[in-house]
Design a protein around this ligand. Structure first.
Ligand code: GAF
Length: 443
């Protein structure tokens, strides 16, 4: 037997120099620079960013590279080198940039890019340093080392790398801080604002119900750390995970089944949970639980839900039982996130103890994604079972679900058997080493 194949992140300098050469060939002009944004994994906190819950993402070394040069006719000229998406050059006219604009094919990848230019223009209206020249446009060439639609935030990586390119080439901020100077000039607050703008692009232009986890990870992650992201106010606490990574490895197993965030199922799950939230009389589900929630608090909220829904046939036309399951996923996921946050904030745990505790949280998260959120799928369930059978500390589906990747915490000694076993599940499986990496930057 052969082993499942590893997807390497590649050498950034080599990728950059290839991309710049391709840019010259494609557009007959030189690129002004190259920008990168990473994909992400997430230890816990799926489908709760839009409920103001806590997420614990970390940036991958894999991500999306954008080489770009400015134009003065307001147009975007775009091409991706990803074989699964490449359909030649796309031109986006100025009046096709923004919400509801007539982009030729709805859901086309170029919308993530044009949406970001629109969102930066909006941000620039209130922040003069980010004001984009009205005639600004750009040529972009895109290359990703992430599996597209692999649940590792390839969309947000594209948005965030494009955002930095537009910032660098089209704003006073970029002119004052050329090339790599941009990296040091970007404050934490800038990065927070830019992440929020990328969310607007995805929600208002692409029409996908993203909650901000992915863009925050791509723009605000720290090398060597997990980002504890409190989606009540999008504040972040970087937490050390040396305690897990000494003696263990985190691996993302891309199942090879691509998901599409803009399609209906993700939105349906979110709407079920929002209907339950509304029945509870809340704007944000996180407010149903105390600061440091426990299992008993979840039981209490579910009882309240049962009482309120007792006389109802449906909830906004939705099945009450299904809404209750979405509610239970979100609430238990919030409890797991808080537990993990406190676990990683303290230093009183032995390596083995903390690894097995975190592993248990991962696996419990998967069961909840499978049975309550109902966003898992056969291959992901098989990967989790296989990883556990091969001695992993824990494993779970990450991202929006309906395709995508499973995160596995495992000791290095167990990896060879795992990779051989995964290969028997599907030949499309790819493995990515999850090494907590840096946020989006200029190369
Ligand atoms: C997708 C969304 F874009 C995120 O905002 C988040 O909701 C995630 O699914 C699930 O946690 O990646």
């Amino acid at each position: 037997t052969t082993d499942a194949v590893w997807l390497a992140p590649g050498e950034p300098q080599e990728i950059q120099s290839d991309l710049v050469t391709r840019f010259q060939q494609e557009y007959g002009r030189a690129a002004s620079g190259t920008w990168f944004a990473p994909g992400r994994a997430n230890l816990n906190g799926e489908h709760i960013d839009f409920h103001a819950g806590r997420c614990l993402p970390l940036a991958l070394a894999h991500g999306t590279y954008v080489a770009a040069a400015p134009r003065t006719d307001g147009q975007l000229r775009l091409r991706t080198l990803d074989p699964s998406l490449d359909d030649g050059v796309t031109m986006v006219a100025p009046d096709a940039i923004g919400p509801g604009a007539a982009v030729e094919a709805t859901g086309h990848w170029s919308q993530y890019v044009s949406g970001v230019l629109w969102a930066l223009r909006e941000l620039g209206d209130s922040q003069p340093e980010f004001q984009v020249d009205p005639d600004f446009g750009a040529d972009l060439l895109v290359l990703s080392t992430l599996p597209i639609g692999g649940g590792l935030s390839s969309s947000a990586a594209l948005e965030c790398a494009s955002m930095l390119a537009f910032l660098a080439l089209g704003t006073p901020f970029g002119q004052e801080n050329p090339l790599q100077n941009l990296n040091a000039a970007l404050t934490k607050q800038h990065r927070k604002d830019l992440a929020a703008a990328c969310v607007r692009a995805e929600v208002e232009v692409v029409g996908a119900g993203t909650g901000g986890l992915d863009q925050s990870a791509a723009l605000r992650a720290r090398p060597g750390k997990v980002l504890s992201l409190d989606c009540r106010d999008f504040s972040v606490t970087p937490l050390d995970i040396g305690c897990i990574l000494r003696g263990y490895r985190l691996i993302a197993v891309d199942t090879g089944e691509a998901h599409r965030l803009a399609d209906g199922q993700f939105g349906q799950r979110r709407a079920d949970a929002e209907a339950a939230t509304a029945l509870l009389g809340l704007d944000r589900l996180r407010d149903a639980l105390p600061e440091r929630p426990r299992k008993a608090d979840v039981t209490h909220v579910l009882e309240e839900f049962d009482r309120l829904s007792e006389q109802l046939e449906t909830l906004e036309g939705r099945s009450i039982a299904a809404c209750r399951r979405r509610l239970r996923h979100a609430l238990t996921e919030m409890v797991r996130s808080e537990k993990l946050h406190h676990l990683l904030s303290g230093d009183s745990y032995g390596v083995r103890h903390i690894a097995s505790t975190i592993g248990d949280i991962l696996t419990a998260g998967h069961m909840s994604m499978r049975d309550d959120a109902e966003v898992s799928f056969d291959v992901a369930d098989m990967v989790v079972e296989t990883a556990l059978a091969q001695g992993a500390e824990g494993a779970r589906l990450i991202g929006g679900g309906f395709g995508g990747s499973v995160l596995v915490l495992i000791s290095p000694a167990a990896i060879p058997k795992l990779t051989a076993a995964l290969e028997r599940i599907s030949r499309s499986i790819r493995l990515l080493d999850v090494a907590p990496s840096a946020a989006a930057h200029a190369l």
